[in-house]
Design a protein around this ligand. Structure first.
Ligand SMILES: C[S@@+](CC[C@H](N)C(=O)[O-])C[C@H]1O[C@@H](n2cnc3c(N)ncnc32)[C@H](O)[C@@H]1O
Length: 339
């Protein structure tokens, strides 16, 4: 599986802390505690960051320094340490700040992902509430949104409807709505937690009026989806796509905190993808397109599946790579004519 991916996006924006698909880190089972609260009362901001960075590192917590920085910046009302400025780093922490930092860093010591610890995360231009077990959006999904936005769309998305299968926290649907002020989106998820969090995020961002959120399983409720909500112009999904046998190798952050049903795509990772491809010709308008985020082994499998006519009416258009040059995105179109 892939290694953790970190990319710094500038001092005021959070770095891309990957909740990590990576293999288990060697924690050695030993959890090192930070300085006692009594000692911590005499710490300034930078000293607290250093203490927790070292404590996380000794305990085998992935991305120890960033974890410490994000949690402490959050407690101080900022997104990054850089945005606090160097003078603030030398200021002594108050007693209530120390208590809050210790409480949140203890959660991180239990391997809870930072995104759940601080209960929010940035995705493209929006900040989303995060809550377990709803899937934490990964950095490459920002690229999927970029691909959809690079499609030929009417100005501001006027008259265009997107259907997202598996909306999770709402990252894809809400960032599309944010970018295109006249777009309409239908967001579907089988998880009640996901539907609730997407609704909460939509209201926080003021995007609820152009978003229909449906608690629906695309396997079980396909006919209802078709009857009530087709045809649409685009079908977008970051579905569960991991091969079941790979799940056991995931980090505790993923395995213990995120919904397994958001990750597990069955034996070949294609279970939900195939039902999306089967439904797509009936859900889409003629010329409508499917944008999928997948595992690097999937693009040739999906191309074969479509060419064998298993998803009659769909044509495989392109595979796109992510910034790490892994083949991660598939684009398909309904209808035979080139455009
Ligand atoms: C990998 S997560 C993606 C979440 C979000 N789109 C994102 O990129 O952060 C996959 C989502 O698909 C949902 N899901 C899985 N199977 C589904 C099904 N049969 N019908 C509808 N949603 C499903 C899961 O509950 C989960 O929220």
């Amino acid at each position: 599986m892939e290694a953790a991916l970190l990319r710094v996006c500038g001092p005021l924006k959070r770095a891309r802390l990957q909740p990590s698909w990576g293999l288990c880190a060697a924690a050695g089972g030993k959890v090192f505690r930070g300085p006692t609260l009594t000692l911590a009362r005499r710490l300034n901001v930078q000293q607290a960051v250093d203490h927790w960075g070292q404590t996380f590192e000794r305990s085998g917590i992935p991305e120890p320094i960033l974890s410490s920085q994000y949690i402490i910046a959050h407690v101080l009302g900022a997104k990054t340490m850089e945005s606090l400025g160097s003078r603030r780093l030398r200021e002594m922490l108050t007693e209530s700040q120390v208590r809050r930092i210790w409480e949140l860093c203890d959660k991180r010591l239990s391997r809870m992902p930072v995104q759940y610890v601080i209960e929010e995360w940035d995705f493209r231009d929006i900040t989303l509430r995060m809550r377990p077990p709803v899937f934490i959006p990964r950095p490459e999904t920002e690229e999927l949104v970029g691909l959809v936005l690079s499609a030929q769309l009417p100005a501001q998305g006027a008259g265009v409807t997107v259907l997202e299968v598996g909306c999770g926290s709402g990252a894809i649907s809400l960032s599309l709505l944010q970018a295109l002020p006249q777009l309409q989106v239908i967001a579907v998820d089988r998880s009640r937690d996901a539907v609730g969090l997407t609704r909460e995020n939509a209201h926080r961002l003021g995007l609820q009026d152009r978003l229909e959120i449906l608690h629906m399983d695309v396997f079980l409720d396909a006919e209802g989806l078709l009857r009530g909500w087709s045809p649409v112009d685009f079908l977008v999904s970051n579905p569960p796509y991991l091969f079941s046998e790979d799940l056991a190798d995931l980090e505790p952050e993923v395995l213990e905190f995120e919904d397994t049903a958001a990750l597990d795509g069955g034996a070949d990772g294609l279970q939900v993808i195939q039902s999306i491809l089967t439904l797509a010709p009936r859900l889409l308008k003629d010329g409508g397109e499917v944008y999928l985020e997948v595992e690097p082994r999937h693009p040739p499998m999906i191309q074969r599946y479509v060419e064998e006519d298993a998803a009659a009416g769909l044509r495989y258009l392109q595979t796109h790579s992510d910034v790490a040059v892994r083949q991660r995105f598939c684009v398909l179109r309904k209808g035979g004519a080139e455009q």
